[in-house]
Structure formats: structure tokens, C-alpha cells
Design a protein around this ligand. Structure first.
Ligand code: GLV
Ligand code: MN
Ligand code: MN
Length: 400
């Protein structure tokens, strides 16, 4: 099977135009936004042109199906609130190209998917979480975004495109090409990373409730300032984690809401997202205990109330040995001495799909290690090399 690099790059740039924003090749295409819906309809058209049967499940996961048993390839086409042109989109358009090349070569059968809300406007990899049975549709529908919009409301924008549930039994396995989103390959001057494992994640909201008051008349020692509690929490957390984490462990407070958020008011309430990731599920649990204890301690010392929102999470997963071996063999052909085996610190739909079938993943470099930002980019020759490895792996699996 022979991939067409120009055809693939043209599609990737065409998709970038849908929701193009910010500097460089930035994209704003969050789940169920106007741009996301337009991108899914555009992709559906390209799938049909490739001879695939288009189906969409009630979450908005979009499938281009080959006849009979097939391997499923893809990723997601929604973006972060400020995202790049490749996170997810690369894997979907690469899958489309491999499906076309396979059809032109007379086989093997390749199906394509673009999962919905991988970037977590509502949850964590929400579309594939529902498809894989990890999350029920009714629990997903109750999730809300930072503005309070419920997923059950938001997904109505795709109602007329939905055909019904898509049966996973027709697929023999799942492969996903993605940008690395970190500095390892770029720093080493390498082209391909074959993924060994995907880390696990925990994500929950924490609320400190104090006393809203006048910023001019309330003495410092009488304040119950919710923002000061957040500041104390984030500083002390670093110390409490010291004997538990490894250099690969990460934690982030990326979204904070202060109430009422005004210069002359002592903030009465702060709600923030607390997210942490690691390859070891036990360590994730120990970190959770530290987080809960410290938040309670800080609240008590300052006369505030603390409360914890529902916990979202995914466990660490290892890639399937057979699919991974096919990617390794293909990487050795396309980029001899310029590929490695590496873990994924980012989350991917493959984690959820691993509940249903064997999965494997590969990475191409991210320039400067930048992602989840408008500046995200990858050299075009590396993008094409990634598609080439994917196509060879699919062909290799078919022949073996
Ligand atoms: C997915 O985009 C992640 O946050 O790793
Ligand atoms: Mn992604
Ligand atoms: Mn992402």
C-alpha cells in the first residue's frame, strides 16, 4: 500500500481552516462548537469519498466504516479552548489517508474514527469513554462545562447527524497516530515514538468557601479569603508531594474561578480544577489522600469550608504487544536509528478503546515540545513519516 503524502497534507491543512484562530496555525474547535460540527460534517464527506460508510453515535463520535471486519484507526477532531492544528486532527486525517491507500491497494479493510470531546470540555476523553462503556450516556449527559452548559444539551447540535450506536465487534484492533506534545523526540532529533504505556489521570474540582467582605475595612487577621487559601494550598502541595512523586509525575491547577472576582472585595469563594497524572495507579491514590488532607487542613486553619467535586479518572494502560511490534517494525524501516519506545504523558482515546480491543499508538515530534497552544507544530516530513509508519504497520499486521 502506498500513501499519498500530498493528498494527506492538503486534507490536514483544509481541516485546519475550520476553526482557525490565533497566531500561526492555531485552532479553536471545542466539542459541539460550530467549528466542531462543521469539521465533523467535512470529515464525513471525505470519508464517503474514500468509499467508507458514515455513521455517528449519539455522543457525536464519527465513524467511516469499511465492509466486514476491519482495523480501526483515528483520534479526535475537537480541540482545547486554545489549541493547535495537529492535536487529534493528525490522527484522524492520517487514518483517512491509510484507509484510502488500503482501498487503492485492494486491502486490508481500514475504518476511521474521530472521537468526540477527547479534550474534555465536559469530562476526560468523554466520547470514547461512553463508546467503551466506561461512562454511561446518562452520567455523561449530566456533566457540565465551565460555563454550566450540560453535555446532554450541547450534543443536540449533532442530533440530525446521529445514525445510532456503532458496534465495536466489527473491529480487530485500534491504532492512533498523535503528536508527542512533549520535548523528547524533538530534543533527540528523532522522528517516531512507539508508545509503551499511557499514564493514568485523576481530575476533580475543589471549592474553598470563606467570607466575602469589604477589601478596605476587613483587617487582615479577620479575613476568610478563599484566594489566599488557594495560594497556600498550591505552595504547600509541592512540599507534601516531595516524597511521593517521581520526575515523571505531574499536577496542574489549570482553571480557577474566584467569586465575585472584584478588586475591592475579599473573595468569598474559589473553585479550582485539581488534576494529576502518573503511570502508577497506587501513586495516584496516595496523591489523592495528600490533596484531600491538605485542603481540609488549610480550610480549618483559616476558618473556611472545603468541598470536593466528583472524581474523573482513567487508569494507566499498556499497549498491545502484537500491534506495538507491527509499529516498531515499520518505524525501523521508515526511520532507522531515529525512533524509540516511550510512554505517553498525555491522555488519548486509546486508553478507553483498550477496554474493547487491542490498541497501540505512535508519536511524531512536537517542535519545541509545545502543544495545547496555538504555537503547536510539527515538520511536514515528520507528519508524512508518521502516516507511512502507520500504513506499513497496518499492512504488516494483515500479512502476518
Ligand atoms: C489530552 O489532551 C490530555 O490532556 O492529555
Ligand atoms: Mn489529542
Ligand atoms: Mn489534547
Amino acid at each position: 500500500m502506498q500513501i499519498n503524502g500530498e493528498r494527506f497534507l492538503k486534507d490536514l491543512h483544509d481541516l485546519r481552516q475550520i476553526g482557525a484562530a490565533g497566531v500561526g496555525k492555531g485552532v479553536v474547535r471545542p466539542a459541539y462548537s460550530e467549528a466542531d460540527v462543521a469539521a465533523r460534517r467535512w470529515l464525513a464527506g471525505r470519508m464517503r469519498e474514500a468509499g467508507l460508510r458514515v455513521e455517528m453515535d449519539p455522543m457525536g463520535n464519527l465513524f467511516g466504516l469499511a465492509e466486514g471486519k476491519s482495523i480501526l484507526i483515528g483520534s479526535h477532531s475537537d480541540s482545547q479552548p486554545e489549541g493547535g492544528w495537529l492535536d487529534g486532527a493528525l490522527g484522524v486525517v492520517a487514518a483517512l489517508e491509510v484507509a484510502r491507500a488500503a482501498a487503492e491497494a485492494g486491502g486490508p479493510a481500514v475504518s476511521v474514527v474521530s472521537f468526540q470531546d477527547e479534550e474534555g470540555r465536559f469530562g476526560v476523553t468523554t466520547g470514547s469513554a461512553v463508546w467503551s462503556g466506561h461512562l454511561s450516556q446518562s452520567d455523561a449527559d449530566a456533566l457540565t462545562d465551565h460555563r454550566g452548559v450540560a453535555l446532554g444539551e450541547a450534543r443536540k447540535v449533532l442530533a440530525e447527524d446521529v445514525t445510532g450506536p456503532v458496534d465495536a465487534a466489527q473491529f480487530t484492533g485500534f491504532m492512533e497516530l498523535h503528536i508527542e506534545q512533549g520535548p523528547t523526540l524533538d530534543t533527540a532529533g528523532e522522528t517516531i515514538g512507539v508508545v509503551s504505556d499511557i499514564v493514568g489521570i485523576r481530575d476533580m474540582n475543589i471549592t474553598f468557601a470563606g467570607q466575602q467582605n469589604h477589601a478596605g475595612t476587613t483587617p487582615m487577621h479577620l479575613r476568610k479569603d478563599a484566594f489566599q487559601a488557594v495560594a497556600a494550598f498550591t505552595t504547600e502541595l509541592q512540599n507534601r508531594f516531595a516524597n511521593v512523586v517521581t520526575p515523571a509525575t505531574v499536577w496542574t491547577m489549570g482553571h480557577v474561578t474566584l467569586h465575585p472576582n472584584a478588586s475591592s472585595i475579599v473573595p468569598g469563594r474559589a473553585v479550582f480544577s485539581m488534576q494529576w497524572r502518573d503511570g502508577d495507579a497506587d501513586r495516584l491514590g496516595r496523591m489523592e489522600a495528600i490533596i484531600r488532607d491538605l485542603a481540609a487542613e488549610i480550610a480549618a486553619a483559616r476558618g473556611l469550608e472545603v468541598s470536593f467535586g466528583g472524581m474523573l479518572g482513567l487508569e494507566p494502560v499498556a499497549m498491545d504487544a502484537r500491534l506495538r511490534a507491527a509499529l516498531e517494525a515499520a518505524a525501523a524501516q521508515v526511520a532507522p536509528d531515529r525512533w524509540r519506545i516511550m510512554p505517553s504523558g498525555a491522555l488519548h482515546d486509546a486508553t478507553n478503546v483498550s477496554r474493547l480491543m487491542p490498541v497501540a499508538m505512535l508519536f511524531v515530534p512536537s517542535i519545541g515540545g509545545i502543544s495545547h497552544a496555538f504555537e503547536e507544530d510539527t515538520a511536514e516530513h515528520d507528519l508524512v513519516a508518521g502516516v507511512d509508519v502507520l500504513a506499513r504497520a497496518v499492512a504488516g499486521l494483515h500479512d502476518s
